[in-house]
Write a protein that binds this ligand. Sequence first.
Ligand code: AMP
Ligand code: MG
Length: 325
Amino acid sequence: MTATTSDIEKAAGVLRAGGLVALPTETVYGLGANAEDPAAVARIFQAKGRPPSHPLIVHIPSAESLDDWVQDVPDTARRLAEHFWPGPLTLVLRRGRRVPLEATGGLETVAVRVPDHPVALALLSTFGGGVTAPSANRFGAVSPTTADHVRTELGDAVDFVLDGGSCAVGVESTIVDATGDTPTILRPGGVTREALEALLGGPLAAPSSSRVRVPGQHPSHYAPRGRVVLVEPDRVIAEAELAQRLGHRVGVLVPASVAHVPVKAHAVVALPASITAYAQGLYGFLRELDQQGCDLIVASLPTEEGLGLAIANRLRRAAGPRTTV
Ligand code: AMP
Ligand code: MG
Protein backbone atom coordinates (compact mmCIF):
# COMPACT_ATOMS: atom_id res chain seq x y z
CA MET A 1 0.00 0.00 0.00
CA THR A 2 1.30 3.46 -0.88
CA ALA A 3 2.80 5.48 1.97
CA THR A 4 0.52 7.97 3.72
CA THR A 5 1.44 11.41 5.06
CA SER A 6 1.80 9.95 8.53
CA ASP A 7 4.14 7.23 7.16
CA ILE A 8 6.26 9.96 5.63
CA GLU A 9 6.38 11.88 8.92
CA LYS A 10 7.33 8.70 10.73
CA ALA A 11 10.07 7.99 8.18
CA ALA A 12 11.45 11.54 8.55
CA GLY A 13 11.56 10.96 12.33
CA VAL A 14 13.49 7.71 11.81
CA LEU A 15 16.02 9.59 9.64
CA ARG A 16 16.40 12.34 12.28
CA ALA A 17 17.01 9.68 14.93
CA GLY A 18 19.84 8.15 12.88
CA GLY A 19 17.82 5.22 11.52
CA LEU A 20 17.49 3.63 8.09
CA VAL A 21 14.47 4.12 5.82
CA ALA A 22 13.83 2.22 2.59
CA LEU A 23 12.30 4.62 0.09
CA PRO A 24 10.75 4.20 -3.35
CA THR A 25 12.29 6.09 -6.25
CA GLU A 26 11.47 5.91 -9.96
CA THR A 27 14.62 3.78 -10.53
CA VAL A 28 14.81 1.20 -7.71
CA TYR A 29 14.18 1.26 -3.93
CA GLY A 30 16.90 3.00 -1.94
CA LEU A 31 18.17 2.34 1.60
CA GLY A 32 18.31 5.85 3.00
CA ALA A 33 19.98 7.61 5.92
CA ASN A 34 20.52 11.23 6.92
CA ALA A 35 23.38 12.20 4.59
CA GLU A 36 24.92 14.42 7.28
CA ASP A 37 25.00 11.75 10.01
CA PRO A 38 28.18 9.64 9.64
CA ALA A 39 26.98 6.98 12.12
CA ALA A 40 23.70 6.55 10.24
CA VAL A 41 25.58 6.38 6.93
CA ALA A 42 27.84 3.68 8.40
CA ARG A 43 24.74 1.60 9.22
CA ILE A 44 23.86 1.51 5.50
CA PHE A 45 27.13 -0.25 4.72
CA GLN A 46 26.53 -2.75 7.54
CA ALA A 47 22.97 -3.47 6.43
CA LYS A 48 24.02 -4.08 2.83
CA GLY A 49 27.31 -5.83 3.52
CA ARG A 50 28.80 -3.20 1.24
CA PRO A 51 32.51 -2.30 1.34
CA PRO A 52 32.88 1.20 2.90
CA SER A 53 34.88 2.44 -0.09
CA HIS A 54 31.76 2.31 -2.30
CA PRO A 55 30.23 5.78 -2.44
CA LEU A 56 26.50 6.43 -2.10
CA ILE A 57 24.13 8.76 -3.93
CA VAL A 58 22.88 11.79 -1.99
CA HIS A 59 19.21 12.44 -2.81
CA ILE A 60 18.22 16.09 -2.63
CA PRO A 61 14.79 17.77 -2.92
CA SER A 62 15.39 20.05 -5.94
CA ALA A 63 17.90 21.33 -8.47
CA GLU A 64 17.77 24.67 -6.60
CA SER A 65 19.31 23.02 -3.52
CA LEU A 66 22.28 21.62 -5.50
CA ASP A 67 24.73 24.21 -4.17
CA ASP A 68 24.00 23.16 -0.58
CA TRP A 69 25.71 19.82 -1.29
CA VAL A 70 28.40 20.41 -3.90
CA GLN A 71 30.85 23.10 -4.97
CA ASP A 72 32.35 24.39 -8.23
CA VAL A 73 29.40 23.37 -10.42
CA PRO A 74 30.33 23.67 -14.13
CA ASP A 75 27.70 25.25 -16.41
CA THR A 76 27.13 21.95 -18.22
CA ALA A 77 26.31 20.21 -14.93
CA ARG A 78 23.79 22.91 -14.10
CA ARG A 79 22.12 22.49 -17.49
CA LEU A 80 21.89 18.74 -16.98
CA ALA A 81 20.40 19.20 -13.51
CA GLU A 82 17.87 21.77 -14.68
CA HIS A 83 16.80 19.65 -17.63
CA PHE A 84 16.71 16.13 -16.17
CA TRP A 85 15.74 16.64 -12.49
CA PRO A 86 13.67 15.29 -10.98
CA GLY A 87 14.74 12.18 -12.87
CA PRO A 88 17.05 9.16 -13.17
CA LEU A 89 20.27 11.12 -13.68
CA THR A 90 23.00 11.23 -11.01
CA LEU A 91 25.68 13.89 -11.25
CA VAL A 92 29.13 13.38 -9.74
CA LEU A 93 30.44 16.77 -8.60
CA ARG A 94 32.93 18.20 -6.10
CA ARG A 95 31.91 17.40 -2.52
CA GLY A 96 30.40 20.20 -0.48
CA ARG A 97 31.21 20.52 3.25
CA ARG A 98 27.86 19.12 4.40
CA VAL A 99 28.64 15.74 2.89
CA PRO A 100 30.75 13.53 5.16
CA LEU A 101 33.48 11.37 3.63
CA GLU A 102 31.59 8.30 4.92
CA ALA A 103 28.97 8.96 2.23
CA THR A 104 31.50 9.32 -0.59
CA GLY A 105 33.72 6.34 0.18
CA GLY A 106 36.45 8.83 1.04
CA LEU A 107 36.25 10.62 -2.32
CA GLU A 108 36.35 14.39 -2.77
CA THR A 109 33.48 14.00 -5.24
CA VAL A 110 29.86 13.25 -4.40
CA ALA A 111 27.03 11.76 -6.44
CA VAL A 112 23.74 13.71 -6.21
CA ARG A 113 20.30 13.49 -7.75
CA VAL A 114 16.66 14.54 -7.35
CA PRO A 115 14.45 11.43 -7.54
CA ASP A 116 11.25 11.59 -9.58
CA HIS A 117 8.88 9.86 -7.18
CA PRO A 118 6.18 11.60 -5.11
CA VAL A 119 6.94 9.57 -1.97
CA ALA A 120 10.70 10.22 -2.17
CA LEU A 121 10.12 13.94 -2.81
CA ALA A 122 7.64 14.17 0.09
CA LEU A 123 10.15 12.47 2.39
CA LEU A 124 12.94 14.83 1.30
CA SER A 125 10.87 17.94 1.89
CA THR A 126 9.44 16.71 5.22
CA PHE A 127 12.87 15.62 6.44
CA GLY A 128 14.44 18.84 5.18
CA GLY A 129 17.93 17.44 4.50
CA GLY A 130 19.74 15.15 2.09
CA VAL A 131 19.11 11.42 2.13
CA THR A 132 22.02 9.26 1.09
CA ALA A 133 20.93 5.96 -0.37
CA PRO A 134 22.30 3.09 -2.41
CA SER A 135 19.91 0.44 -3.70
CA ALA A 136 18.14 -1.39 -0.86
CA ASN A 137 19.59 -4.86 -1.50
CA ARG A 138 22.49 -6.94 -0.20
CA PHE A 139 25.79 -5.94 -1.85
CA GLY A 140 26.16 -7.41 -5.35
CA ALA A 141 22.58 -8.70 -5.54
CA VAL A 142 19.61 -7.73 -7.70
CA SER A 143 18.13 -4.30 -6.86
CA PRO A 144 14.62 -4.16 -5.37
CA THR A 145 11.79 -2.64 -7.41
CA THR A 146 8.96 -3.24 -4.91
CA ALA A 147 8.62 -2.72 -1.14
CA ASP A 148 8.19 -6.50 -0.75
CA HIS A 149 11.58 -7.11 -2.39
CA VAL A 150 13.14 -4.83 0.26
CA ARG A 151 11.36 -6.52 3.17
CA THR A 152 12.33 -9.98 1.94
CA GLU A 153 15.94 -9.07 1.39
CA LEU A 154 16.80 -6.72 4.25
CA GLY A 155 14.23 -7.65 6.93
CA ASP A 156 15.08 -6.10 10.31
CA ALA A 157 18.20 -4.36 8.98
CA VAL A 158 15.92 -1.52 7.85
CA ASP A 159 13.96 0.48 10.46
CA PHE A 160 11.07 1.57 8.23
CA VAL A 161 9.93 0.76 4.69
CA LEU A 162 7.98 3.36 2.70
CA ASP A 163 5.85 1.66 0.07
CA GLY A 164 5.50 3.53 -3.21
CA GLY A 165 4.44 0.69 -5.48
CA SER A 166 6.52 -0.72 -8.33
CA CYS A 167 9.36 1.47 -9.63
CA ALA A 168 8.47 2.99 -13.01
CA VAL A 169 11.97 2.92 -14.57
CA GLY A 170 13.23 -0.31 -12.96
CA VAL A 171 16.99 0.13 -13.52
CA GLU A 172 19.29 2.47 -11.61
CA SER A 173 20.07 6.05 -12.56
CA THR A 174 22.56 7.07 -15.22
CA ILE A 175 25.68 8.31 -13.43
CA VAL A 176 27.53 11.14 -15.13
CA ASP A 177 30.88 12.54 -14.02
CA ALA A 178 30.12 16.24 -14.39
CA THR A 179 33.16 17.60 -12.52
CA GLY A 180 34.88 18.75 -15.73
CA ASP A 181 33.79 20.57 -18.88
CA THR A 182 33.15 17.33 -20.77
CA PRO A 183 30.70 15.06 -18.95
CA THR A 184 31.34 11.30 -18.96
CA ILE A 185 28.84 8.47 -18.45
CA LEU A 186 30.12 6.30 -15.58
CA ARG A 187 27.11 3.97 -15.52
CA PRO A 188 24.30 3.78 -18.09
CA GLY A 189 20.81 3.99 -16.59
CA GLY A 190 17.37 5.54 -16.74
CA VAL A 191 18.34 8.66 -18.73
CA THR A 192 19.56 7.50 -22.13
CA ARG A 193 22.86 8.45 -23.70
CA GLU A 194 20.85 9.74 -26.68
CA ALA A 195 18.85 12.12 -24.45
CA LEU A 196 22.05 13.43 -22.81
CA GLU A 197 23.74 13.95 -26.17
CA ALA A 198 20.67 15.69 -27.59
CA LEU A 199 20.76 18.21 -24.74
CA LEU A 200 24.52 18.73 -24.88
CA GLY A 201 24.62 18.87 -28.67
CA GLY A 202 27.51 16.40 -29.09
CA PRO A 203 28.87 12.97 -28.17
CA LEU A 204 29.76 12.19 -24.55
CA ALA A 205 33.31 11.25 -23.56
CA ALA A 206 34.11 7.54 -23.17
CA PRO A 207 34.07 6.26 -19.55
CA SER A 208 37.74 5.24 -19.60
CA SER A 209 38.82 8.88 -19.80
CA SER A 210 37.33 9.61 -16.38
CA ARG A 211 39.58 9.93 -13.35
CA VAL A 212 36.77 9.10 -10.93
CA ARG A 213 36.69 5.69 -9.26
CA VAL A 214 33.54 3.89 -10.26
CA PRO A 215 32.13 1.42 -7.82
CA GLY A 216 29.26 -0.69 -9.03
CA GLN A 217 31.81 -1.70 -11.67
CA HIS A 218 32.77 -5.00 -10.05
CA PRO A 219 32.70 -7.84 -12.57
CA SER A 220 29.77 -9.35 -10.67
CA HIS A 221 27.00 -7.00 -9.57
CA TYR A 222 23.22 -6.87 -9.96
CA ALA A 223 23.39 -10.68 -9.86
CA PRO A 224 20.69 -13.27 -9.09
CA ARG A 225 21.67 -16.53 -7.30
CA GLY A 226 21.37 -18.56 -10.50
CA ARG A 227 24.37 -18.32 -12.85
CA VAL A 228 23.59 -16.08 -15.83
CA VAL A 229 24.71 -17.20 -19.30
CA LEU A 230 24.45 -14.79 -22.24
CA VAL A 231 24.04 -16.07 -25.80
CA GLU A 232 22.88 -14.66 -29.14
CA PRO A 233 19.08 -14.06 -29.24
CA ASP A 234 18.47 -16.83 -31.79
CA ARG A 235 20.40 -19.32 -29.58
CA VAL A 236 18.50 -18.65 -26.34
CA ILE A 237 15.93 -21.43 -26.64
CA ALA A 238 18.38 -24.08 -27.93
CA GLU A 239 20.91 -23.28 -25.15
CA ALA A 240 18.22 -23.35 -22.49
CA GLU A 241 16.87 -26.70 -23.64
CA LEU A 242 20.35 -28.19 -23.88
CA ALA A 243 21.25 -27.10 -20.33
CA GLN A 244 17.91 -28.42 -19.06
CA ARG A 245 18.64 -31.82 -20.69
CA LEU A 246 22.05 -31.77 -19.00
CA GLY A 247 20.31 -31.61 -15.63
CA HIS A 248 20.21 -27.89 -14.82
CA ARG A 249 17.13 -26.15 -13.50
CA VAL A 250 17.08 -23.59 -16.28
CA GLY A 251 15.35 -20.23 -16.26
CA VAL A 252 15.15 -18.48 -19.60
CA LEU A 253 14.49 -14.89 -20.63
CA VAL A 254 13.04 -15.29 -24.11
CA PRO A 255 13.55 -12.15 -26.21
CA ALA A 256 10.42 -10.67 -27.78
CA SER A 257 12.11 -11.00 -31.18
CA VAL A 258 12.12 -14.80 -30.87
CA ALA A 259 8.98 -16.65 -31.96
CA HIS A 260 7.00 -17.67 -28.92
CA VAL A 261 7.11 -21.46 -28.87
CA PRO A 262 6.83 -23.78 -25.85
CA VAL A 263 10.31 -24.01 -24.26
CA LYS A 264 11.46 -27.11 -22.36
CA ALA A 265 12.99 -25.33 -19.39
CA HIS A 266 12.24 -25.08 -15.67
CA ALA A 267 10.94 -21.50 -15.84
CA VAL A 268 10.27 -19.28 -18.83
CA VAL A 269 9.86 -15.49 -18.97
CA ALA A 270 8.59 -14.06 -22.26
CA LEU A 271 10.20 -10.61 -22.36
CA PRO A 272 8.02 -7.64 -23.30
CA ALA A 273 8.62 -6.06 -26.71
CA SER A 274 8.77 -2.54 -25.26
CA ILE A 275 12.23 -1.69 -23.91
CA THR A 276 10.61 0.48 -21.21
CA ALA A 277 8.58 -2.49 -19.96
CA TYR A 278 11.68 -4.71 -20.15
CA ALA A 279 13.70 -2.31 -17.96
CA GLN A 280 10.80 -1.98 -15.55
CA GLY A 281 10.48 -5.76 -15.21
CA LEU A 282 14.13 -6.87 -15.44
CA TYR A 283 14.97 -7.25 -11.73
CA GLY A 284 11.57 -8.75 -10.96
CA PHE A 285 12.11 -11.38 -13.68
CA LEU A 286 15.52 -12.31 -12.24
CA ARG A 287 14.07 -12.53 -8.72
CA GLU A 288 11.24 -14.70 -10.01
CA LEU A 289 13.71 -17.13 -11.61
CA ASP A 290 15.67 -17.28 -8.33
CA GLN A 291 12.48 -17.97 -6.43
CA GLN A 292 11.69 -20.83 -8.77
CA GLY A 293 15.05 -22.35 -7.85
CA CYS A 294 16.77 -21.92 -11.23
CA ASP A 295 20.52 -22.60 -11.02
CA LEU A 296 21.14 -21.35 -14.56
CA ILE A 297 19.58 -18.39 -16.34
CA VAL A 298 19.91 -18.15 -20.13
CA ALA A 299 19.45 -14.69 -21.68
CA SER A 300 20.64 -12.49 -24.52
CA LEU A 301 21.56 -8.82 -24.69
CA PRO A 302 19.08 -6.32 -26.13
CA THR A 303 20.25 -3.82 -28.77
CA GLU A 304 22.41 -1.32 -26.90
CA GLU A 305 20.50 1.84 -27.63
CA GLY A 306 18.12 3.81 -25.46
CA LEU A 307 17.32 1.91 -22.24
CA GLY A 308 18.79 -1.21 -23.90
CA LEU A 309 22.25 0.12 -22.98
CA ALA A 310 21.45 0.02 -19.24
CA ILE A 311 19.75 -3.40 -19.48
CA ALA A 312 22.75 -4.86 -21.36
CA ASN A 313 25.13 -3.36 -18.76
CA ARG A 314 23.21 -5.00 -15.89
CA LEU A 315 22.95 -8.37 -17.66
CA ARG A 316 26.69 -8.39 -18.40
CA ARG A 317 27.45 -7.71 -14.74
CA ALA A 318 24.90 -10.28 -13.63
CA ALA A 319 26.81 -12.76 -15.83
CA GLY A 320 30.21 -11.60 -14.52
CA PRO A 321 32.63 -13.87 -12.65
CA ARG A 322 31.58 -14.40 -9.01
CA THR A 323 34.96 -13.87 -7.41
CA THR A 324 34.92 -11.69 -4.29
CA VAL A 325 36.84 -8.49 -4.88
P1 AMP B 1 24.26 1.67 -5.83
O1 AMP B 1 23.13 2.11 -6.71
O2 AMP B 1 23.86 0.86 -4.65
O3 AMP B 1 25.35 0.94 -6.59
O4 AMP B 1 24.97 3.00 -5.26
C1 AMP B 1 25.20 4.18 -5.92
C2 AMP B 1 26.26 4.18 -6.98
O5 AMP B 1 26.62 5.53 -7.24
C3 AMP B 1 27.60 3.55 -6.63
O6 AMP B 1 27.66 2.17 -6.84
C4 AMP B 1 28.55 4.25 -7.59
O7 AMP B 1 28.57 3.59 -8.83
C5 AMP B 1 27.93 5.61 -7.79
N1 AMP B 1 28.68 6.71 -7.15
C6 AMP B 1 28.38 7.33 -6.01
N2 AMP B 1 29.25 8.30 -5.72
C7 AMP B 1 30.16 8.32 -6.71
C8 AMP B 1 31.34 9.12 -6.96
N3 AMP B 1 31.73 10.09 -6.15
N4 AMP B 1 32.02 8.85 -8.08
C9 AMP B 1 31.61 7.85 -8.90
N5 AMP B 1 30.53 7.07 -8.72
C10 AMP B 1 29.80 7.30 -7.63
MG1 MG C 1 23.20 -1.16 -6.04
